[in-house]
Write a protein that binds this ligand. Structure first.
Ligand SMILES: C=CC1=C(C)c2cc3[nH]c(cc4nc(cc5[nH]c(cc1n2)c(C)c5CCC(=O)O)C(CCC(=O)O)=C4C)c(C)c3C=C
Ligand SMILES: [Fe+2]
Length: 413
């Protein structure tokens, strides 16, 4: 179903020098040799590193990795604009290192022994396993505390309350978000932990979410995974190879509004609990009616193969796929990039599990909101009987970073 987690360092020094480029980066690369034991592998060399720099942030159209650690942060009540910029600069530097397989700063065992190490150390000796770190700005960042009120994109409009929402404020919102994805869970957790450590005194974690088993494929090369309901999830997702569709539906374009967001994307995060026990007591044909696809092959109802075109007329009017389909939503499409989660059992012995839904788009008002309005409420999506939306967040993810810049640099220019 998914890539095998790589626990062995596989990055060649030559490849790393090439990836980082520049003299400063050469010095940084030398740190790799000092802090991680790298093993050359001519076959897979470089395959465990996702390029950090680019027009767009990594972690959006990057082939979805298998593991997630997502966190949101609130700025301290006394934090000032300069501290926010300093935090973003430090996060950029640390993330450049971590995604290349390096320790943060002077390392976990190579710095001043009389001081706490710059890096917490649990990724020492591990490959980055395609680690990507993606940053977003929440609606509250633009409330005036940092002189950013007039830089708020109109696309970053607060999400409406949808019928049936059971949102909890302690797992919703946040001034900043960080999505860390890797094929190694320890690497993803290490990334968030170290960014949280760097933030200390300026920002603190508001909530965080672990995810496993990506629930969407984002490229045609990936097999479609199954979600916790046992269905293939991501079949009709946008795919990275279709760059025209990415420009139309995912990336903010020149003229969309705030110039600093051009090349960026808007992220909607929803923690959606699945009512697993009732679902597991539901007959197979009913499960398939509810979704609108067959469970085995993932084919649309009435068709035989997964990627056959959906004939909406053959689907139940309340099926999830029919209601979420672009033909029912003025052509709206989103890039889904979510993960399954389980957080053990609740106090009634029920599995606390579901989908941590992540979707990137060019304008949430006409994309996520339009689709979710079609789905929400008891008389709409038949899947709602088995779901509860308990957490929510909306973030403006700025464009990619160029060498020498920090995340969101154009926002503060
Ligand atoms: C508002 C957007 C969506 C939410 C929230 C959502 C929740 C959700 N979805 C599944 C399972 C499946 N979804 C599938 C397709 C699908 N879902 C959305 C949007 C939301 N889903 C879209 C746009 C689509 C594609 C529709 C189409 O064009 O055909 C599928 C079918 C396979 C696939 O194409 O991905 C499944 C299965 C769950 C379990 C869930 C909440 C927990
Ligand atoms: Fe869906």
């Amino acid at each position: 179903m998914s890539e095998v987690p790589a626990r062995t360092p596989r990055l060649s020094r030559r490849r790393l020098f090439g990836l980082l480029g520049g003299t400063g980066a050469l010095g940084a690369a030398a740190g790799v040799v000092a802090t991680r034991s790298m093993v050359d592998d001519p076959v897979t060399s470089g395959g465990d590193v996702v390029e950090f720099f680019g027009d767009h942030q990594a972690g959006i159209v990057t082939p979805a990795q298998d593991r997630l650690h997502f966190a949101t942060f609130d700025l301290s009540p006394v934090a000032k604009r300069d501290q926010l910029i300093e935090l973003l600069t430090e996060w950029t530097n640390a993330s450049l290192r971590m995604t290349a397989g390096q320790d943060v700063g002077s390392g976990s065992v190579t710095g001043d022994p009389g001081a706490p190490p710059d890096d917490t150390g649990e990724a020492l000796g591990l490959s980055p396993a395609r680690l990507t770190i993606t940053v977003g700005f929440g609606t509250t960042l633009f409330d005036g505390r940092f002189g950013l009120a007039d830089r708020r994109p109109e696309q970053l409009a607060d999400l409406p309350t949808f019928a049936g929402d059971a949102l909890r404020s302690e797992i919703s919102g946040g001034d900043l978000c960080v999505q860390a994805c890797s094929n190694d869970p320890q690497v993803a957790v290490h990334a968030i932990r170290n960014l949280a450590r760097i933030a200390r005194g300026t920002a603190s974690v508001r909530w965080s979410q672990l995810g496993f088993g990506r629930t969407s494929s984002t490229t045609t090369a990936q097999q479609t995974p199954r979600n916790m309901m046992g269905f293939k999830d991501g079949t009709a997702n946008l795919k990275a190879e279709d760059t025209d569709l990415m420009a139309e539906h995912v990336w903010a374009q020149p003229g969309d509004g705030q110039d600093w967001m051009t090349g960026g994307s808007y992220l909607v995060a929803r923690r959606i609990r699945m009512l697993i026990e009732p679902w597991d007591s539901t007959p197979l044909t009913e499960q398939e009616r509810v979704i609108g696809r067959t469970k085995g092959t993932g084919a649309p109802i009435g068709k035989s193969a997964e990627f056959d075109t959906t004939d909406l007329g053959r689907l139940d009017p309340n099926s999830h796929v029919r209601l979420a389909h672009p033909d029912n939503n003025a052509g709206a499409r989103i890039l889904r990039r979510g993960y399954s989660f389980t957080d053990g059992t609740d106090d009634l012995g029920r599995l606390d599990a579901g989908l941590f839904f992540l979707a990137y788009q060019r304008d949430p008002r006409t994309q996520f909101v339009t689709i979710q309005n079609s789905l929400a409420g008891n008389n709409n999506d038949a899947l709602n009987e088995y779901l509860q939306h308990v957490g929510s967040g909306l973030f403006a993810c700025p464009p990619g970073v160029k060498a020498g810049e920090h995340w969101g640099q154009a926002l503060f220019g």
